[in-house]
Design a protein around this ligand. Structure first.
Ligand code: NAP
Length: 264
């Protein structure tokens, strides 16, 4: 009680069943932990069970429920396993975050068909497969759900040597719009987040090994810094919650103003 006002801190995602793909590290892990702190029961995922289990056990240490599922989302049968096991365990899926992804940095003239397929399969096709199966088997029958796709500023800003990645992330944006419009009648919202350069372990490694030049990235960002994991995770919590109840088919960029300046 403060000056006669009753202050109640309510959890924004209390008892929601949330799958976060690719949640063994980086942005996916940050979202999984943020969802758990807001009361969600989180299904974590990685290509290796023990890596998904690390995040799940951190969630359990917070006193929250989590379940780890191994699935390589480039394989349709593994996507079936992720979705069906979640439904078997929890009876529903309230939130799906399509986060799993890989970078692919190759000059376009040298990009092999194999590498093109590798990037498209996880960065675009897995988003379609996970969304379709979660919608058809849980969210459409429930008449509720939220799908959050992790796209990128590279959905709308060209960057050399990222042909497959840019095409995938632009595809994710289009998919978000189509699914958002198509499934609104089932009260399913579909939204996307377009991160700029976020300081994950792997971005830090890329800076350390000279793949990225931190000074150039910072110089091109109006806010003159890289993004923080919490800045993506907090937006994901908002978008997953009823506070964002009238937002669908939309992408929100979290990039310190990079796309607003025209990027590169
Ligand atoms: P990250 O640290 O490399 O993590 C990627 C996650 O995806 C890992 O948990 C990885 O799990 C999982 N993954 C990869 N391939 C998979 C597959 N076939 N099946 C299942 N899981 C798979 O990446 P991040 O930087 O956090 O990026 C996360 C998302 O944000 C990606 O979609 C990325 O494109 C996007 N994004 C990131 C940035 C950034 O600055 N970091 C900027 C824009 C967009 P395992 O390796 O354990 O299997």
């Amino acid at each position: 009680m403060i000056d006669g006002w009753c202050v109640s801190v309510s959890e924004k995602l209390k008892d929601k069943i949330a799958i976060v793909t690719g949640s063994s590290l980086g942005i996916g892990k940050a979202i999984a932990l943020a969802f758990a702190k807001q009361g969600a029961i989180v299904v974590t995922n990685s290509r290796k069970l023990e890596r998904a289990e690390v995040t799940a056990s951190e969630i359990r240490h917070l006193g929250r429920q989590a379940h780890a599922i191994e699935a390589d989302l480039t394989k349709s049968t593994d996507v079936d396993h992720l979705i069906d096991t979640t439904i078997e365990h929890f009876g529903r899926i309230d939130i799906l975050v399509n986060n799993a992804g890989i970078a692919m940095i190759v000059p376009t003239e040298d990009l092999s068909e194999h590498d093109w397929d590798r990037a498209i399969d996880i960065d675009l096709k897995a988003t379609f497969l996970c969304s379709q199966k979660a919608a058809k088997r849980a969210m459409i029958p429930q008449r509720s759900g939220v799908i959050i796709n992790i796209s990128s500023i590279l959905a709308k800003t060209a960057l050399p040597m990222r042909a497959a990645y840019c095409a995938s992330k632009a595809g994710v944006m289009a998919l978000t719009q189509v699914m958002g419009c198509e499934w609104a009648k089932y009260r399913i919202r579909v939204v996307a987040i377009g991160p700029g350069y976020i300081l994950t372990e792997l971005v830090q490694q890329s800076i350390d090994t000279g793949v990225f030049n931190a000074e150039t990235l910072i110089d091109r960002t109006p806010m003159k810094r890289l993004g923080k994991l919490d800045e993506i995770a907090n937006l994901a919590v908002f978008l997953a919650s009823d506070d964002a109840g009238y937002i669908t088919g939309e992408i929100i960029y979290v990039d310190g103003g990079m796309t607003a300046t025209g990027g590169w």
